[in-house]
Write a protein that binds this ligand. Structure first.
Ligand code: TPP
Ligand code: MG
Length: 426
C-alpha cells in the first residue's frame, strides 16, 4: 500500500494511568534538583528554550536546598510559608466537610498545590494585582489581613458575605489584597492581567500584575491573545500556568502538554519562560522573585509553568475515582509541598515534629472557630438567607437606568405576589 492510500486518522492523547492501573509519570521528564541553570534577568526568550523544557528545582529528595536557584531567604519567611500551607490545607479540609454537611453549596480545594500560590504571594509587593482562578485561595490565606470568617461568609452567601451572594462560593474579591474578583470564565484572567499590567506601565506606576490559568484553560483563545500582547508590549506581568495534570476529567495532554510543554508555548510566543517544580516551596519563591524583578525592571513578561498535581477532586461536584488511579497523588514524583518544606526546615534545625503538630492543631482550631462564627451570621443553606431583591440591581451603574428601575419594580411585584415564599428571592 503506498502512503496515498493509507486511511487518515487523528491522534487522541490518553493518560498513562486509569482507575485500576497506576500512572506512568515518566512523561513528566523530571530533572534532578539543582540541575537547571539560572540565567540573568535580562535573558532573551530564545535563551530560555532549554529551561522551558527542563525543570527548575531547589529541594532534593533529602530536603537540601541546592543549585543556582536556591534563594537567599530568612528562615522566618519559610516558617511563615509552611504555616500558611498548613492553614490552607486545614481550611480546605474543613470546608469540604461543611459542603458535605450542607452548610455551603459548593467548594474547591487546592490540595497538593499549596506551595504555588503561597510562595508566590510572599514574592509580590503591596499593590501588585493577581488575577487568580478558584484554586489560588493560598494567595489570601498567606496573608494575616484577610479575615477567615469573612471568607466563610462568602462561601455561605450570608448577611456578612462581601459579595452579597452574587458570586459562586470560592469566587472571592479583595482589591486591597491584590486579589482581583474571581471569574468563572477561565482564561479571561490572562488577558485581564496583561491589560492591567499594561495600564500600570502607561500610568508610569510601579505595580505589576500576576495572571493565573490552569493547564486545561490554556486551550482557550484568550491564553494566546494574552501572550501576544504581553510579548509585543513587554507588559509587566507574570503569567502563571498551573499544570496540575488535570482539567476536571480531561488529561493535560488534551490541552497541548504531550509533545511540548506549556512553558515552551511561552518561548514560541517570544516570552521568557520557565518550567518549575510547583511542589518545591523554595523553587516557587525563587522563580516568582526572578519573574517579579524582570517585570519591575521593564524586561517584560515571564511565563512560568508550575508542575504540580491536583491531589483532590476538581470540586465538590467531581468524583476523580471514575477517571484516574486513586493513589496517583501519593505516587506523583514531585511529592507533597508541605512534607518537602517541613523536611527542609527540620533538616536545618528550624522546625520540629512537635511544632508541626502544634501548628496543625492551631490552624484547625482557627478554622473551627471561624466556621462557628460565620454560621452565627446565617447562610443561604442554613436559614434560607437571600439578599434583598434590590441588591440584584445595585452596584452596576452609578445611577440605575430606567429599564433597570422598571425591572426592579416588576421583580418586587413578583416577590410580593401570593404563593411566593419569603427567602426564595424572585
Ligand atoms: C471558558 C470556560 N470554559 C469551560 C469552563 C468549565 N470549567 C470549569 S473548571 C474547568 C477545568 C479547568 O481546568 P484547568 O484549567 O486545568 O484548571 P484546574 O481546575 O485544574 O485548576 C472547566 C472546563 C469554564 N469555567 N470556563
Ligand atoms: Mg488543571
Amino acid at each position: 500500500m503506498n502512503s496515498s492510500s493509507l486511511p487518515l486518522h487523528l491522534h487522541v492523547p490518553e493518560p498513562s494511568g486509569r482507575p485500576g492501573h497506576g500512572t506512568d509519570f515518566s512523561y513528566l521528564r523530571v530533572a534532578p534538583a539543582g540541575s537547571a541553570r539560572m540565567p540573568p534577568v535580562d535573558v532573551s526568550a530564545a535563551d530560555t528554550a532549554d529551561l522551558a523544557r527542563s525543570l527548575v528545582r531547589v529541594l532534593d529528595d533529602e530536603g537540601h536546598a541546592i543549585g543556582p536557584w536556591a534563594p537567599k531567604v530568612e528562615t522566618a519567611l519559610l516558617q511563615r510559608g509552611l504555616r500558611a500551607m498548613i492553614r490552607t490545607r486545614a481550611f480546605d479540609a474543613k470546608m469540604l466537610i461543611a459542603q458535605r454537611q450542607k452548610k455551603i453549596s459548593f467548594y474547591m480545594q487546592c490540595l497538593g498545590e499549596e506551595a504555588i500560590a503561597i510562595a508566590h504571594a510572599l514574592a509580590l509587593a503591596p499593590g501588585d494585582m493577581c488575577f487568580p482562578t478558584y484554586r489560588q485561595q493560598g494567595l489570601l490565606l498567606a496573608r494575616d489581613d484577610i479575615d477567615m470568617t469573612e471568607l466563610i461568609c462568602q462561601l455561605m452567601s450570608n448577611s456578612r458575605d462581601p459579595m452579597k451572594g452574587r458570586q459562586l462560593p470560592v469566587m472571592y474579591s479583595y482589591k486591597r489584597a491584590g486579589f482581583f474578583s474571581i471569574s468563572g470564565n477561565l482564561a479571561t484572567q490572562f488577558i485581564q492581567a496583561v491589560g492591567w499590567g499594561m495600564a500600570s506601565a502607561i500610568k508610569g506606576d510601579t505595580k505589576i500584575a500576576s495572571g493565573w490559568i490552569g493547564d486545561g484553560a490554556t486551550a482557550e483563545a484568550d491564553f494566546h491573545t494574552a501572550l501576544t500582547f504581553a510579548h509585543v508590549y513587554r507588559a509587566p506581568v507574570i503569567l502563571n500556568v498551573v499544570n496540575n495534570q488535570w482539567a476536571i476529567s480531561t488529561f493535560q495532554a488534551i490541552a497541548g502538554g504531550e509533545a511540548t510543554t506549556f512553558a515552551a508555548q511561552g518561548v514560541g510566543n517570544g516570552i521568557v519562560s520557565l518550567r518549575v517544580d510547583g511542589n518545591d516551596f523554595l523553587a516557587v519563591l525563587a522563580a516568582s522573585r526572578w519573574a517579579a524583578e524582570r517585570a519591575r525592571r521593564n524586561l517584560g513578561a515571564t511565563l512560568i509553568e508550575w508542575l504540580t498535581y491536583r491531589a483532590g477532586a476538581h470540586s465538590t461536584s467531581d468524583d476523580p475515582s471514575r477517571y484516574r488511579p486513586a493513589d496517583d497523588a501519593k505516587r506523583f514524583p514531585l511529592g507533597d509541598p508541605i512534607a518537602r518544606l517541613k523536611q527542609h526546615l527540620v533538616g536545618i534545625g528550624a522546625w520540629s515534629e512537635v511544632q508541626h503538630d502544634e501548628t496543625r492543631k492551631e490552624c484547625e482550631a482557627e478554622v473551627n472557630t471561624a466556621l462557628k462564627q460565620a454560621e452565627s451570621f446565617g447562610g443561604a443553606l442554613l436559614d434560607g438567607h437571600t439578599p434583598p431583591i434590590e441588591s440584584m440591581f445595585e452596584d452596576v451603574y452609578k445611577d440605575m437606568p430606567p429599564h433597570l428601575q422598571e425591572q426592579l419594580q416588576q421583580a418586587r411585584a413578583f416577590a410580593a405576589a401570593p404563593g411566593h415564599a419569603p427567602g426564595q428571592g424572585a
